[in-house]
Design a protein around this ligand. Structure first.
Ligand code: NAP
Length: 282
């Protein structure tokens, strides 16, 4: 039976440490501040944004929200980002996705000053990550890496299999795991015989967005299982990409959904905002 990697507890610990750090910064008149831009009316985004604002409030990070309607033009969005880039009181800028389809999200991410890019999506941060320079790391891969560190799970020399190759999760995870000297294999929707690959994983990270995709027969005895997926089953309950009940019997460590990677993602966003505030005030 696997040890549960408790992302909720770990995230709480990180938030408490950040709270102390923010108190110290405020005493030096550095007031970390996050700006969040939301375009359109996506319901799930509203929940995510609310959770981020709650975390800011708890830690003492200032927070300002910019709500734009779904008719917003690309130029209006770029002008807002430009304005936030120039504001000295703002240290982190986050553009909540998705945005309406007629707008180019990559153009918007590229417009964010890379020193305020607390989501780690700007090409400069992506490039710095790949060459091992200090940068902002996309919050979910950063959270996964932190979880492994906190549970003393050594990645060096291990077979790490990542399912999913998105720009925000799978691809930055490749770099994070390579940096820790893992031997990394990436699976995606065109991968054949996926089970033959996952069965060799010492550390298996599922980030594909398909409920209970990873079943016990795909997992090696004693493997570490990290479940990034967030899906809703037919009853509306949140479930991960891993068949938790059966896989936990075979794994050595496993993350639950909810209460695993999700809370860590927000904690790492907060970490990045504090880092941005410190960097910009150097
Ligand atoms: P995404 O952009 O849709 O990417 C999904 C990836 O999975 C793609 O690379 C896709 O392959 C691959 N894939 C899809 N079906 C597959 C299959 N049957 N076999 C193997 N690979 C398959 O998703 P994402 O944004 O990376 O998110 C992935 C999941 O993580 C979602 O459930 C999302 O809600 C969740 N998520 C959670 C957090 C958190 O904080 N916990 C944060 C972000 C995302 P192709 O490239 O070939 O299409």
């Amino acid at each position: 039976m696997a040890v549960l990697i408790d992302g909720k507890e770990l995230a709480k610990k990180i938030r408490m440490e950040l709270k102390d750090e923010v108190t110290e910064l405020r005493a030096k008149e550095i007031n970390p501040k996050l700006a969040v831009i939301m375009v359109g009316d996506d319901k799930a985004s509203k929940v995510y944004v609310k959770n981020k604002s709650k975390a800011c409030e708890e830690i003492g990070i200032e927070y300002e929200e910019f709500l734009m309607d779904s008719n917003t033009t690309m130029q209006e969005l770029l002008d807002l980002i430009e304005n936030l880039n120039n504001r000295e009181d703002i240290h982190g800028i986050l553009l909540q996705s998705p945005i309406p389809k007629n707008l180019d999200i990559n153009q918007a991410f590229n417009k964010i000053d890379f020193r305020k890019d607390v989501d780690g999506f700007h090409p400069i941060n992506v490039g710095k990550l790949s060459i091992g320079e200090d940068c902002f790391i996309s919050c979910t891969p950063f959270g996964v890496t932190k979880m492994l560190e906190e549970y003393n799970i050594d990645v060096q020399g291990k077979n790490v299999v990542i399912i999913g190759r998105s720009n925000i999760v799978g691809k930055p995870l490749i770099q994070c795991m390579l940096k820790k000297n893992g031997t990394v294999t990436v699976c995606h929707s065109k991968t054949q015989n996926i089970k033959e690959i996952t069965k060799n994983a010492d550390i298996l990270i599922a980030a594909l967005g398909k409920a209970k995709f990873v079943t016990a027969d795909m997992v090696k005895e004693g493997a570490v299982i990290i479940d990034v997926g967030i899906n809703r089953n037919d009853d509306g309950k949140l479930v991960g990409d891993v068949d938790f009940e059966n896989v936990k019997e075979k794994a050595s460590y496993i993350t639950p959904v909810p209460g695993g990677v999700g809370p860590m993602t927000i904690a790492m966003l907060m970490t990045n905002v504090v880092k941005a505030a410190k960097n910009l005030n150097k």
